[in-house]
Design a protein around this ligand. Structure first.
Ligand code: NAD
Ligand code: LMR
Length: 333
């Protein structure tokens, strides 16, 4: 007998990430090619016609895994019974805007949607927040949906993780699949710290080696590499006049797939999760850590040695998250 369908919610489904993401989910990219899906799509009233257009295209694509599509502007309807919620809906950053400029618009959206999820979602629902400021939106969602286990609320830093892999692969002229175990620490913002100290490459016909020894240019790794990854979102906005969409959708699929189906042996990935104090990062913020996943649960990978250079950068991005938290609460009051 086939598997029971999984209900996947995508908020902001009429937007540009939504448009890239829903066909990936319906094709099995997120949960596997044998997993039937019921797609729940939420957007706001002004986007009703566009949302219906997306639904029409999903019907026209005749996806074998897609069992049903619910397209609505009612959050309570959209959240009903969902097993996975990908929260993309929100107000995106435009060229020249800082992430803090979009804070007040987004925290009130996340407070309202927290209560819809809490009332309507399946008890084991896994939540991924994509919309910016992603870490702080996820924190607000966690605070206002106290009955959802805190381990079930995460934010997307996998795009940054993939960007770091991509930069190393370009630099070394090797396939991206030959690089692994970079880490994104902290906030999905320009203070994030892409760390290569534990990353490895497996050159063709050779053994796995530390990235630092193969790149052999610490200056590049500590400066240009870090800023390129930190600023990549802004560079995409400058080039496209729109924020990243296909890479964000793909990273959202990677995040959920690894969380649900597990990370490959010997590999960790980056996820924004509620800090438990690991690596000296204070509790009370959603911070990106290296995680491994097994049987639908993530765990922070422990025991990595942190040098002074990394410590400073990890603390700086934590400090920004504490400031964002204060700002978010001041917007809600
Ligand atoms: P977009 O403007 O194209 O789409 C956003 C959609 O959300 C729109 O259709 C809008 O109508 C809808 N929306 C607004 N308020 C809503 C609400 N209350 N409920 C449901 N839907 C609502 O934006 P986009 O380019 O798709 O980006 C979406 C978000 O993702 C932005 O916040 C962007 O900054 C963020 N983003 C995050 C990452 C990441 O790696 N974490 C990467 C790229 C983009
Ligand atoms: C990205 O990393 O591409 C986006 O988060 C950029 C943005 O601010 O929307």
């Amino acid at each position: 007998m086939g598997k029971e369908p999984v209900r996947v919610l995508v908020t902001g489904a009429a937007g540009q990430i939504g448009y890239a993401l829903v066909p990936m989910i319906a094709r099995g990219v997120m949960l596997g090619s044998d997993q039937p899906i019921i797609l729940h799509m939420l957007d706001i009233e002004p986007a009703t016609e566009a949302l219906n257009g997306v639904k029409m295209e999903l019907v026209d694509a005749a996806f074998p895994l897609l069992m049903d599509v619910i397209a609505t502007t009612d959050a309570m309807v959209a959240c009903k019974g969902v097993n996975i919620a990908v929260m993309v809906g929100g107000f995106p950053r435009k060229e020249g805007m800082e992430r803090k400029d979009v804070m007040s618009k987004n925290v009130s959206i996340y407070k309202a949607q927290a209560s819809a999820l809490e009332k309507q979602a399946a008890p084991d629902c896994k939540v991924l927040v994509v919309a910016n400021p992603a870490n702080t939106n996820a924190l607000i969602l966690k605070e206002f949906a106290p009955s959802i286990p805190e381990k079930n609320i995460t934010c997307l830093t996998r795009l940054d993780h993939n960007r770091a892999l991509g930069q190393l692969s370009e630099r070394l002229k090797i396939h991206v699949g030959q690089v692994k175990n970079v880490i994104i620490w902290g906030n999905h913002s320009s203070t994030q710290y892409p760390d290569v100290n534990h990353a490895t490459v497996t050159p063709t016909n050779s053994e796995e080696k530390p990235v630092r020894s193969v790149v052999a240019d610490d200056n590049w790794l500590n400066t240009e590499f870090v800023t390129t990854v930190q600023q990549r979102g802004a560079a995409i906005i400058k080039a496209r006049k729109l924020s990243s969409a296909l890479s964000a959708a793909s990273a959202a699929c990677d995040h959920i797939r690894d969380w649900v189906l597990g990370t490959p042996k010997g590999t960790w990935v980056s996820m924004g999760v509620y800090s438990d104090g690991s690596y000296g990062i204070q509790s009370g913020i959603i911070y990106s850590f290296p995680v491994t996943c097994d049987k639908g649960q993530w765990s922070i990978f422990q025991g990595l040695k942190i040098d002074d250079f990394s410590r400073e950068k990890m603390d700086a991005t934590a400090k920004e998250l504490v400031e964002e938290k204060t700002l978010a609460y001041s917007c809600l009051n």
